[in-house]
Each structure stands twice: as structure tokens, then as C-alpha cells.
Design a protein around this ligand. Structure first.
Ligand code: 3PG
Length: 406
């Protein structure tokens, strides 16, 4: 980014791909972390006199406009955080976008409507995707990739547009990559990884890769029940991916062979049904190897919270992705809180703690932890997992292509 700015951006239209995919309750933003994280790059460009055109997605609309996925509330919040007006275009590459961009003064900022309202953005058809990228590129003179949360997506506003314009990496992507490198290249040991969230199938690649790298792997959240089933336990009505039981058995065997310690919960907080607004939660703590048939696991139990915290004590590097339970409901938030607290202690002791993923980031903020209690809160969920899996991230490799800023 410094190089692009150094070459002079005053009066030039710079398209910035940010990840502004924030959780919304109606039109209220419940965690603005990703918007905050996107401010430095936008501000640096605007301060240097660029006409900044921000493009982003919200949720997963199916290629056409849907009011609930409008970025309008995000434009307002971005304006507050930047301390300047953000013009909002009600389409992405249509008449409103063209007029909004044409109306920008030097140092002005505009946000385009949700890029995923256009089928070309996520199309698997290269021709369709590239045609849409060309429309986006037509709005700008240069491109800055700053949406770390989407760099694993081969999409028009992330990948194809970079092939069409002089481009640079934004400061957020650069900072995130820096941390990811510290996690993958000679991490300081002991290195512990905590995985949670609902599905094992989302984490297969990362577990596979980490079995050769981490010293300790702690597992909680909905995905843990498939591991408990792999150990031969009944899991009642808890989330279970039957087709992954054998894979989890394989992981347990490989971990034992590789000397990687896998820590699973010994107790579980259960209820008879998933929490809903209609009834008060009725949490019960049961042993992880004796989950009753009518019970649904919703959090790791208090003894497990202590075990997890003890296992993290003394770690020099910790990566955490995925809540330990249904943290949105206070009765099932204690496991996630215990892990968050343990990570803050790693930070306080001078270790590197990294919280990855939208859900985990939202969890720590919802539970009242300050961002600076952690070494780093990554804006990327899938992107950070894919990086740790050792996968090629299209949105990064494309920046290494020939068409450099200038
Ligand atoms: C995220 O929420 O992880 C990013 O914004 C990417 O969103 P996606 O998974 O819908 O591509």
C-alpha cells in the first residue's frame, strides 16, 4: 500500500475490497470489528487524496438484491468511524455506482451496495465472473485488496479484478498474513490450538495439518460430539456427523502416534432442546461419557473449562477458532468464557494468542473481553483456517501477479 500511495494516488479512483461482513440484528450492527479493522487502509488512501471506492459483501445472498443484506447500515457506521461522509451507492456497478463514483472529490469515500447482489461475483463460470470484474474495474484506476476474510474466495471482487488493475495489498491483509506466518513458521512452543464450532467437516483440513505441528489440540463446541462418538460414547441428541466418526477415530490414533495431546471435555452442559425464546433454558451438567439419550450438548462443562484453561497455561502460542458452546445464551456461555479467559492469560504472560473467525471474535466481544486482551483477533474465519491448512489463497496469489501498482 505504501508503494501505491508513494507513487501518488491523489485524484485517482482506488477500488478497495474490504470484508464488511458484520453480524446484524435487523439493521443494528452487533459487532463492528470488521468495519473498524478496514478503516486504516481506507483512511490512508483518503488522506493521500485518493477517491476511495469500497466494495464488500454481506451474508450470502443468491446473486440478486435482498433488502436484509443491504450494506446501507454499514455505510453509516463506516462514516462514523472514519469521521467523514461515506457516499452509498444503491447498486454495485449500475447507474447509482457510476454517479456516486463520478461525484467523489479527492479524499472522498464511497461504499458500493453488496457485491453479492450480482450473480457474476460468485459465479463458477470464469467468463461470467470476469465480465462482472471488468465492470467493477471500470469504476477505478487501481485496486487494493484488504478483505482478509475473503482472500480464500476466487470471486470477482477478490480475484479477477486484481488481474485487470494495478493492485496493492492493504494494511489489514498484510498484518493478518504476518500473524498467520508466526503461527505456521516456527511457532513458539508449546503451541496449542483450540477448535470449536458446530461442524467437524469444516475443520478436517486444519486438524489434518495441525496434527504434525501443534503440541496440544483442544476440542469443544458442537464438533466434539463426533469425537466423543469416535471414542465409543453415546451423545444423546447432540450434533453428530456420523460420516466423520471414522475420520475422527483416525485423528485420535494419529495424534497418539505423533505425540500430540488431544484434550476433549470430560463434562458437558446439556438441555433437552436447543435454546429458543419460548422456554427458559434448563441446563444440566453430565459426564461426557454418559450423555443421556434425551440430552443435547450445548457447552463444555465446568470441569472441562478448568481442564482446558490448565492445558493452555504456559502455552507460548495459541490459536483458537470456534466457540465452545451456544455462547449467545448465557446458560451455555461459560465454556467459551473459560477459553477466552485462558487466552488473555497467555497474552499477559507474553505469549501469542490469536482468536480466529467471525463467531469467535463476536463471542469474545459479546462476553465483554477487550480486543487488546488478545495478541490478535483475526477478521478471517475460513480464510485463517485455510491458511493454517496450507492451502493456496487465490486472493493472495493474484496479488503476486505481474500487474503491480504504478
Ligand atoms: C466470513 O464471514 O468468513 C467472510 O466474510 C467470508 O464470507 P463467506 O464465507 O460467505 O465467503
Amino acid at each position: 500500500l505504501d508503494q501505491l500511495i508513494g507513487e501518488g494516488v491523489a485524484g485517482r479512483r482506488v477500488l478497495v475490497r474490504s470484508d464488511l461482513n458484520v453480524p446484524l440484528d435487523g439493521s443494528t450492527i452487533t459487532d463492528d470489528g470488521r468495519i473498524r479493522a478496514s478503516v486504516p487502509t481506507i483512511k490512508a488512501l483518503a488522506d493521500a487524496g485518493a477517491r476511495v471506492v469500497v466494495v464488500a459483501h454481506l451474508g450470502r445472498p443468491k446473486g440478486e438484491p435482498e433488502a436484509r443484506y443491504s450494506l446501507a447500515p454499514v455505510a453509516a457506521r463506516l462514516g462514523e468511524l472514519l469521521g467523514r461522509d461515506v457516499a452509498f451507492a444503491t447498486d454495485t456497478v449500475g447507474e447509482s455506482a457510476r454517479q456516486t463514483v463520478a461525484g467523489l472529490v479527492d479524499g472522498g469515500v464511497a461504499l458500493l451496495e453488496n457485491v453479492r447482489f450480482n450473480a457474476g461475483e460468485t459465479s463458477k463460470d470464469d467468463v461470467e465472473r470476469k465480465a462482472f470484474a471488468a465492470q467493477l474495474a471500470g469504476l477505478a484506476d487501481a485496486f487494493v485488496s484488504d478483505g482478509f476474510g475473503v482472500v480464500h474466495r476466487k470471486q470477482a471482487s477478490v480475484y479477477d479484478v486484481a488481474e485487470l488493475l494495478p493492485h496493492a495489498m492493504g494494511t489489514l491483509v498484510a498484518a493478518e498474513l504476518d500473524v498467520m506466518t508466526r503461527l505456521t513458521e516456527n511457532p513458539e512452543r508449546p503451541y496449542a490450538v483450540v477448535l470449536g464450532g458446530s461442524k467437524v467437516s469444516d475443520k478436517l483440513g486444519v486438524i489434518d495439518n495441525l496434527l504434525g505441528k501443534a503440541d496440544t489440540l483442544l476440542i469443544g463446541g458442537g464438533m466434539v460430539f463426533t469425537f466423543l462418538a469416535a471414542q465409543g460414547h453415546q451423545v444423546g441428541k447432540s450434533l453428530l456427523e456420523e460420516d466423520q466418526i471414522a475420520t475422527c477415530q483416525g485423528y485420535l490414533t494419529r495424534a497418539a502416534e505423533a505425540g500430540v495431546e488431544i484434550v476433549l471435555p470430560t463434562d458437558i452442559v446439556v438441555d433437552t432442546a436447543f435454546p429458543s425464546g419460548e422456554r427458559e433454558p434448563a441446563p444440566r451438567v453430565v459426564a461426557a461419557d454418559a450423555i443421556p439419550a434425551d440430552a443435547l450438548g450445548l457447552d463444555i462443562g465446568p470441569a472441562s473449562g478448568e481442564t482446558f484453561a490448565a492445558a493452555l497455561q504456559g502455552a507460548r502460542t495459541v490459536f483458537w477458532n470456534g466457540p465452545m458452546g451456544v455462547f449467545e445464551v448465557p446458560a451455555f456461555a461459560d465454556g467459551t468464557r473459560a477459553v477466552a479467559q485462558a487466552l488473555t492469560e497467555v497474552t499477559a504472560a507474553g505469549g501469542l494468542s490469536v482468536v480466529g473467525g467471525g463467531d469467535s471474535a463476536a463471542a469474545v466481544r459479546t462476553l465483554g473481553f477487550a480486543d487488546d486482551a488478545f495478541g490478535h483477533i483475526s477478521t478471517g474465519g475460513g480464510a485463517s483456517l485455510e491458511y493454517l491448512e496450507g492451502k493456496v489463497l487465490p486472493g493472495i496469489t493474484v496479488l503476486e501477479s505481474d500487474k503491480v501498482a504504478g
